[in-house]
Write a protein of this length. Structure first.
Length: 318
C-alpha cells in the first residue's frame, strides 16, 4: 500500500492542545553573524557564552572564544577588526556589558567602553561603524531588568578618541535593538523592539550629520503587532534585510501576524518581499563571500546561508 504522507492527519486521540509542539528549551541561541574578508563567518551563541567561527571551505565551525562575555552583535570595523557587543542575557549576570574590539591578525583585544556616566551598560546588543571611526551601538535590556544600573535604554556613539555620547534615548525610542548604516553613511537605521503589549515594533531612520548627531527621526517600517525586527543587513543599493517574525509567540505582547523570515525593505520604506526561513526567532543577518552575495542568517540554533542577487554592503570592504 502506498501512503500519501502529506494527507496523514493528526492522531487526535493521542495528543492534547491541538497537537502543537512548542519549544521547551534552547540549546543554542545564534546571533550577530559577521563575515571577515577571508570568508570566515563569526557568530555568537549567547546561551553557551561563546563566539563560533564557521569556515565555508570546510563546512565546519570551531569555537573561537569562550567565555565570550555573553557576546551578541558582531561587526568588522573599517580596518577589519572585530567589534563585539558583550551583553548580559541568558546568564547569571556574567555578561561583559561592554563593547570590545579584537585584531584578528595580532589577537590583541581592547575594551572600547564599559560604563557611561559611572554606570555599567545594560547589555550592548548590536553595532554599526562608520569609515571615519565613529561607532554606534544599542544598549537595551531584554534580560533581568533588576541588573540595570542605567535608567534608560539608549543608542551611543563612540568617537575615535574614545569619547562616548548618548545619541538617542527615551522617549524618542523605547528599546533599541538592531542598528545599521546606509552605504553613503548618511542614514542610521535603528530597530525599536519593545516586548510589552503595545510596545514599538518600528524601524527608525535618522539623518546622520557631519558632527555625528542624529536628526529627522522618522518611521521607515512598522511590524506591529507581530514580532518586529531584530538584526539587519544592507545591500549596496541601500535595501534593508531585516530578521523578523515568529511562529510561536512568547507572550501576549507578540502575535503571529509576522511569520519568520528576512524582510527586504527599500530605503523609502516599501516592503519588497519576505525570504522565508524554516526556523523560529530569527536574530540577525549579514553578507559575505568573495562577491558579497552570500547571506548568512542566524536563527535559533542554526546558521543559514543563501545567495543574493545584489551584493551586500559592509564597511570593511567598502
Amino acid at each position: 500500500m502506498t501512503i500519501d504522507y502529506h494527507s496523514v492527519g493528526l492522531p487526535v486521540d493521542f495528543v492534547e492542545d491541538g497537537g502543537v509542539a512548542r519549544p521547551a528549551v534552547g540549546v543554542a541561541f545564534t546571533e550577530g553573524p559577521a563575515a571577515s574578508s577571508d570568508g570566515r563567518v563569526f557568530f555568537s551563541d549567547i546561551i553557551n557564552n561563546r563566539i563560533l567561527c564557521f569556515d565555508p571551505q570546510s563546512g565546519r565551525f570551531t569555537v573561537w572564544r569562550t567565555p565570550s562575555g555573553r557576546a551578541n552583535g558582531l561587526l568588522f570595523d573599517p580596518d577589519g577588526r572585530l567589534l563585539i557587543c558583550e551583553g548580559n542575557e541568558f546568564g547569571s549576570n556574567d555578561g561583559g556589558r561592554r563593547v570590545s574590539r579584537t585584531d584578528l591578525q595580532t589577537g590583541q583585544s581592547e575594551v572600547l567602553t564599559e560604563q557611561f556616566e559611572g554606570a555599567r551598560y545594560n547589555a550592548p546588543n548590536d553595532i554599526a561603524a562608520c569609515s571615519n571611526g565613529w561607532i554606534f551601538f544599542t544598549d537595551p535590556c531584554y534580560g533581568d531588568r533588576a541588573t540595570m544600573q542605567m535608567e534608560h535604554e539608549s543608542v551611543y556613539r563612540i568617537d575615535p578618541d574614545g569619547t562616548v555620547t548618548r545619541a538617542v534615548s527615551q522617549p524618542d525610542i523605547e528599546r533599541p535593538n538592531g542598528i545599521l548604516l546606509s552605504p553613503d553613511e548618511n542614514t542610521l537605521y535603528v530597530v525599536d523592539s519593545c516586548p510589552v503589549i503595545g510596545g514599538n515594533r518600528k524601524i527608525w531612520a535618522f539623518d546622520l550629520t557631519d558632527t555625528g548627531t542624529l536628526q529627522n527621526q522618522r518611521v521607515l517600517f512598522d511590524f506591529a503587532p507581530g514580532r518586529g525586527g531584530d538584526g539587519m543587513a544592507m545591500d549596496q543599493k541601500g535595501n534593508l534585510y531585516i530578521a523578523a517574525g515568529i511562529r510561536f509567540p512568547r507572550g501576549p505582547h507578540e502575535t503571529t501576524d509576522v511569520p519568520p523570515g528576512i524582510y527586504v525593505v527599500s530605503p523609502s520604506g516599501e516592503l519588497q518581499g519576505r525570504i522565508p526561513i524554516p526556523e523560529d526567532v530569527l536574530t540577525n543577518v549579514t553578507f559575505g563571500g568573495e562577491d558579497l552575495k552570500t547571506m548568512y542568517i542566524a536563527a535559533g540554533k542554526t546558521l543559514f546561508t543563501l545567495r543574493s542577487a545584489i551584493p551586500g554592503f559592509v564597511v570593511h570592504r567598502k
